[in-house]
Design a protein around this ligand. Sequence first.
Ligand SMILES: [Zn+2]
Length: 140
Amino acid sequence: MTEHQKPLPPISPDTKEFWEGLRRHQLLIQRCQDCGTYRHYPRPMCHNCNSMNGQWVKVRGRGKVYSWIVSHHTVHPAFPTPYLVAIVELEEGVRMITNLVDTSPDEVYIGMPVEVFFEDVTEEITLPLFKPIDKGSRRT
Ligand SMILES: [Zn+2]
């Protein structure tokens, strides 16, 4: 693992378990213990029933592209353009902002089946990125 030059996400008390799961190559999502609603980004309260009783559950990390863009504008020298930014909707219904890799703007489409993979960037931070599950399964 080389020294990582990109800005890294801050770890807060609300997100600590999320990042610790990623270090173990597990995608953890919060779920309300009272009504069962999943939520992401991590936060203390259920948006459905206002319960403070939450738990972390390991999810499979599969979903589909909900929306995506190609960034052509360099906002930081550590992020060479173009790159794909996507909102991925997991099977559990929550949406995550992420980068799509192992694909190109010519291939990606809304509804594309994707799965998480884990990029270890420092001792502390592993990023959840997404890639196509099966490039050959594109529906028209
Ligand atoms: Zn709830």
